[in-house]
Design a protein around this ligand. Structure first.
Ligand code: ADP
Length: 688
């Protein structure tokens, strides 16, 4: 069953793509909206700008034309004024002859009237305007103020718009004239020349002349501070529609022309839909590209992840270095092997840096003391990979290092932990060495007693060569007396028993040796069975010390014991065998001082300590002496006999009892063997 998290991960991965598609669609939507609205706004701005430029040109033209028309009206008024000032008493006919040609080319001028003081005296054209003659401005409130002002100030002014009797609106240019008498000039004007201009005709004439149709024109007057004062023409609303503004100075004020397209300013872009479609297409293409790239990246990431987890799950160390020898990737196992240089093992760091960090921290055992030389050799091997090498680490582990160079120049490195293999090989080699030693020793140990057995047996076979036998023979043949014969016989007996004694000692030795070998074989075959019973430890130790006491006495060393009486369950024969071996060794390897046995116990275990003042055991051999065939001194000329089996057998027997055996020793000062045994042996417990 896949774990919950694994299932969740799978589900997440499955949903990843639809989620990405969903997000992309949303992003495309938002992006399309942004792009299209931006483009449309920009296009609208451009359209507005173009329209304003267009309207601006027309506004310039209209302002220019209006300025020209008003100037024309002013010029006409001045011309009439001049003529009237020259001949103030001209007749209506003369007046007609004067004005007629002047306004003939200006159809927007409806009529030109001349007043003397406030009373209109002459008009042109007269037809239809007869009623105007004799009109007194003082009786027309709408015109009185401006006429009075013109008369008072002597300033020409442009007035209007005022309603015409015949309909429509008009501007009136009021130009005062003076008597043709220089002295009077500075005082008061004689009358007013009023040029009435049909406003609508004026504007439509201008539009027509300029060919402008599609724009709405409005005109208003401004105060000297440029504040809007009065509408002169057109709808007022034009000025609220961001019109193009132009100013035209007139005689009495400033006129402001406002111009907007008749259909208003562009409010939307005509191609807006295309913009939307194009934006959508563009953003979709972008989204599709993004999705394609994303899914490529995702596949790459998944593949990389798979590769990484595959490499991480390899049971060996793996590292990849690029062509510049920088670390690209190292798996967990690789990191775990190089604990001491771990801080330097990160992607991008160079192989040499990693080695140097290791050298600083004692990562490579074989490099200690010769770091630079080692580094040089190692780098050489790294750059020219050949056969795999074996590398000893600071923590005692062994790695097999195999490196290969890829065609791209990358270096692929494998690290295999061969510590166990190495140890097994070393153990096998040690065992082999020990067996060879054993063979050497055993042949020596067997040959020595056998030689004496055979030698003495030969003597016994040929008694007649013995001096005792020869003496007895001589005594019997010579008829010597009884006592002489008895003496010779006793001498012969002594010779024979001496030889038999040596034969029996050598045989015992041989038997012991063979027993040891057989015991070992049995233990290996696991066929040794303990015969567990309740015994007194003190008694058992005593039998051992008394049988070995002779040897100690022979060597002039002491053998003492301080064992408290204690009932334990154990195989008495086997425990004795172990004690004989350990105590025997202690005596064997002690030349001065002595061997002391002691014991202490708690509720469950008893410890028997055998301490000697002998030669001791080198520290590096302490662990091995319990292995079979291991002896500290393996020379054939060594002083003490033995096979190297005793301690191996002892350990196994003690372990069979559920106990253990250990040693502490100082070379040259002596050794202490400690046997720890359960008070109730294991097999007894099981039986109970
Ligand atoms: P051996 O038959 O050689 O005594 P053992 O297995 O009994 O074989 O002992 C193995 C080796 O351990 C001995 O050869 C000796 O080198 C060392 N050894 C054992 N006991 C002692 C001791 N008390 N003092 C010094 N060395 C000892």
């Amino acid at each position: 069953m896949p774990s919950r998290t694994a299932r969740l991960k799978k589900v997440f991965k499955l949903r990843e793509f639809p989620i990405a598609v969903g997000i992309t669609i949303i992003v495309i939507g938002v992006l399309t909206a942004l792009v299209a609205s931006q483009v449309n706004t920009r296009l609208l701005d451009l359209a507005r700008q173009a329209a304003r430029e267009d309207v601006g040109k027309n506004a310039d033209a209209i302002a220019g034309a209006l300025q020209r028309e008003l100037t024309k009206v002013d010029v006409i008024a001045r011309a009439i004024r001049y003529s009237i000032e020259q001949s103030p008493n001209m007749t209506q006919q003369e007046y007609q002859d004067l004005v007629g040609p002047l306004i003939g080319t200006t159809p927007s001028i409806l009529l030109v009237g001349r007043s003397r003081g406030y009373v209109v005296e002459q008009v042109f054209p007269i037809d239809g305007n007869e009623k105007a003659i004799g009109l007194d401005y003082r009786l027309v409130p709408t015109q009185f103020m401006s006429v009075r002002e013109a008369l008072r100030t002597g300033q020409a002014s442009l007035e209007g718009p005022i309603d015409l009797v015949q309909g429509g609106k008009a501007f009136i240019q009021r130009t005062p004239y003076y008597p043709n008498n220089r002295e009077d000039m500075s005082r008061i004007a004689s009358g007013i020349i009023s040029v009435v201009v049909d406003r609508d005709r004026l504007i439509s004439q201008i539009n027509q002349d300029l060919g402008i149709e599609a724009h709405t024109v409005a005109i208003r007057s401004l105060t000297p501070d440029l504040v809007p004062a009065k509408m002169m023409y057109g709808p007022k609303g034009v000025f609220d529609e961001s019109p193009i503004l132009r100013q035209v100075p007139t005689e009495s004020s400033i006129w402001q022309i406002g111009l907007v397209p008749s259909s208003g300013w562009p409010a939307h872009v005509r191609a807006a839909t295309y913009v939307w479609v194009l934006s959508l297409l563009g953003c979709s293409a972008f989204g599709a590209m993004f999705l394609a790239l994303w899914s490529m990246y995702r596949s790459k990431r998944i593949a990389e992840g798979q590769l990484r987890s595959a490499i991480n799950s390899i049971d060996d160390g793996f590292a990849l270095y690029d062509q510049f020898d920088r670390l690209v990737f190292a798996n967990e196992k690789y990191l775990s092997y190089y604990e001491l240089s771990r801080d330097a093992i990160f992607p991008g760091n160079s192989f040499e840096n990693i080695l140097r960090e290791g050298l600083r921290n004692g990562q490579y055992k074989d490099a200690i003391g010769r770091e630079e030389a080692w580094l040089k050799e190692r780098l050489d091997m790294h750059f020219n990979p050949r056969e795999p090498i074996e590398q000893r680490l600071g923590d005692g582990r062994w790695l097999k290092v195999a490196e290969t160079r890829s065609p791209d120049g990358d270096t692929v490195g494998f690290r295999v932990d061969i510590t166990e293999l190495k140890q097994a090989r070393e153990r096998a080699e040690a065992a082999n060495r020990a067996k060879n030693n054993f063979l050497n020793i055993i042949s020596h140990e067997l040959r020595t007693p056998l030689t004496s057995v055979i030698g003495y047996a030969r003597f016994l076979e040929n008694l007649d060569v013995l001096p005792g036998y020869k003496a007895l023979d001589r005594a019997v043949r010579s008829g010597a007396d009884k006592s002489e014969c008895a003496e010779a016989l006793a001498a012969l007996r002594s010779d024979v028993s001496g030889m038999s004694g040596r034969i029996s000692t050598a045989s015992d030795h041989l038997l012991g040796l063979i027993n040891d070998v057989l015991d070992r074989a049995k233990l290996e075959a696991e066929t040794v069975e303990l015969n567990v019973e309740q015994i007194d430890l003190k008694d058992t130790v005593k039998t051992v010390t008394s049988s070995l006491g002779i040897k100690a006495t022979e060597k002039r060393i002491s053998l003492t014991s301080d064992i408290a009486p204690l009932l334990i369950t154990a195989d008495a024969k086997r425990l004795r065998q172990v004690l004989i071996n350990v105590v025997g060794n202690a005596i064997k390897f002690t030349e001065t001082g002595g061997v002391h046995l002691s014991s202490d116990s708690d509720d469950t275990t008893v410890r028997i300590t055998v301490r000697d003042t002998g030669c001791g055991i080198p520290a590096d051999q302490l662990d091995q002496i319990f292995d079979q065939f291991v002896q500290v001194d393996t020379s054939v000329t060594r002083r003490n006999s033995g096979t190297g089996l005793g301690l191996a057998i002892s350990r196994e027997l003690i372990e069979l009892h559920g106990g253990k055996i250990s040693v502490e020793s100082e070379e040259g000062r002596g050794s202490t063997f400690t046997l720890t045994l359960p008070i109730r042996a294991r097999s007894m417990e099981m039986a109970a």
